[in-house]
Ligand binder design. Sequence first.
Ligand code: SF4
Length: 196
Amino acid sequence: MSELLTVTDVVEYAFCPIFTYFGNVLSLKQYEQRRGTIQSGRKLHETHEKTNRNYVPDEISGKKLIGVKLYSKKLGLVGKIDEAIETEDQIFLIERKFTDSTIIGKTLKVQIGLLSMLIEENVGKPVKTARIIFQKEHRNVIDVPVDSDIQNIAQDSLLKVKQLIKTGIMPDSKFDNRCIDCCFRRICPVGSLNTI
Ligand code: SF4
């Protein structure tokens, strides 16, 4: 039986394939508690799960879903929906990001794509839009259309993670800003060469 992956595993691959190699092939532990951004982001999710349970955008009417865990045998994947609204004919996904950068990058596309596939398989309703709420110093809201392009990007990354785990070969990556806050930078052949 193949290994069950989480949405986070695949998002990490989109962040950096070597990161996945350390975590999912070598099973090295992440020292996330040292990373302030991740802790602040988690706190934001936890706060909204507890205090903002009834937030529904004005233009959407439906049932609020919070902290729903989903599993797909077909994809070999589990994931958690932090917030969503179930309307009569669709699921409106809500994601909160603890940052002022409003770039819809690959990691976000992979996360939205995989969550939308999990929802569609489990709930049987399409995900047409993901509302991204960027919030740190400022608050910016962007609605991202969830289409086949986003789902294909997500599925491609999922397949690549499975392939990496199967072969166990360290992939390539390059040094850039991601490495500066990476918990593996001191042992990574790419990150360590550039770490003082
Ligand atoms: S240090 Fe850079 S290249 Fe190495 S795992 Fe981290 S992000 Fe990837």
